[in-house]
Design a protein around this ligand. Structure first.
Ligand code: UT7
Length: 331
């Protein structure tokens, strides 16, 4: 165990103004507010409207929000990592666009692609750089513009996803707070259940790929659901056990917001009650890499120094994991 830990010292977030309600979805696909609410817990999601607006727009706003609250000079930022599967372009990295735009002129920056687990993978990567002593200020952004890759004729998928981005600032501390432990996993055999077929180097974009709707998310929902329920719950419980965290020791479970039934299963496996589970799925839906930092953003005021948080996610890849964070400041 190193003497230096990576503390989360600030949080920022951004969701677009446009609200896509279940009622509006009822006019787009054959569905009902009752079905969506009872099967997923989602009532509405945010959509980034307008021409030529990529996920960077939301990432920039989220980082600006964090910088305004923490009074950090962007020139002091050493590294910015952006977790996303809806990058502005295949290259360059969206992290580069965000870093330049916010004036992080001394930072290097890159993207991480791990779907719904992207924020946890990026957070752990950033924490390791801090713990090694290499860098002092690292921004971790998680966000996705899922509406850009959503087939709004596919009722099994379009009802879940939304747009949004959040971020945290990591700084070194010698106190007993920060990123304490993590378990991260991936399994490439999950590819067949959740992916976007075309637009990469295997199947580049063509008239044919557009006509056959291959630039949208393909998801076999019920298969993904089964993997998600088991793995997100299991990894959260393992992490709690190996850190000797009993249910009473855990202040908050911070679960990826894909489906309320998956969240409930994880909470029950860890043994904690609903009042200690962060939740905003009803307002934002599934923003992929955005869900966990957006939860921290929404709940920041309720957090107290020393609170034990278990962050947990499951998503495309498959990728999944849990991170144990001891909160570093009073919200
Ligand atoms: O975050 C990344 C990882 N993704 C996830 O974790 C998502 C995991 N999966 C899910 O959350 C759920 O599987 C869904 C919400 C996507 C779907 O819920 P489900 O309970 O698994 O439904 P299903 O796909 O098994 O479909 C059950 C029925 C089907 O009808 P039949 O064949 O029984 O007649 C569907 O056609 O529900 C129907 N259905 C709908 N009905 C009304 C599917 N989508 C809808 C809809 N409205 N939007």
């Amino acid at each position: 165990m190193t003497d230096i830990r990576a503390a989360i010292t600030g949080v920022g977030g951004y969701v677009p103004d446009y609200i896509l309600t279940n009622k509006e979805l009822e006019t787009m696909v054959e569905t009902t507010d009752e079905w969506i609410t009872s099967r997923t817990g989602i009532k509405e999601r945010r959509i980034l409207k307008g021409e030529n607006k990529g996920v960077s727009v939301m990432g920039i706003e989220a980082v600006k929000d964090m910088l305004a609250k923490t009074h950090v000079d962007p020139k002091e930022i050493d590294l910015l990592i952006f977790a996303t599967v809806t990058a502005d372009m295949t290259f360059p990295a969206t992290a580069n666009i965000v870093a330049s735009s916010i004036g992080a002129v001394n930072a290097f920056s890159y993207d991480i692609s791990a779907a719904c687990s992207g924020f946890l993978f990026a957070l752990t990567t950033g924490a390791s750089f801090i713990e090694s002593g290499m860098y002092k200020k690292i921004v971790i952004v998680g966000g996705d513009k899922m509406s850009a890759i959503m087939d709004y004729t596919d009722r099994t998928t379009c009802i879940i996803f939304g747009d949004g981005a959040g971020c945290v600032l990591l700084e070194p501390t010698t106190e007993d707070v920060g990123v304490m432990d993590s378990i991260l996993k991936s399994d490439g055999s999950g590819e067949s259940y959740l992916h976007m077929k075309a637009g990469g180097s295997r199947i580049p974009a063509s008239h044919q790929t557009v006509e056959s709707r291959q630039h949208y998310v393909y998801q076999e929902g019920s298969a993904v659901f089964k993997f998600a329920v088991t793995n997100m719950a299991e990894v959260s419980a393992q992490l709690a056990e190996r850190n000797n965290l009993k249910p009473d020791d855990i202040a908050w479970l911070v679960p990826h917001q894909a489906n309320k039934r998956i969240i409930d299963a994880a909470a029950s496996r860890v043994g904690i009650t609903e009042d200690k589970v962060m939740m905003n799925i009803e307002r934002y839906g599934n923003t992929t890499a955005g869900t966990i930092p957006l939860l921290l953003w929404d709940y920041e005021k309720q957090l107290k120094k020393g609170d034990n948080l278990i962050l947990a996610a499951f998503g495309g890849g498959f990728t999944w994991g849990a991170v144990y964070v001891k909160w570093a400041y009073n919200g």
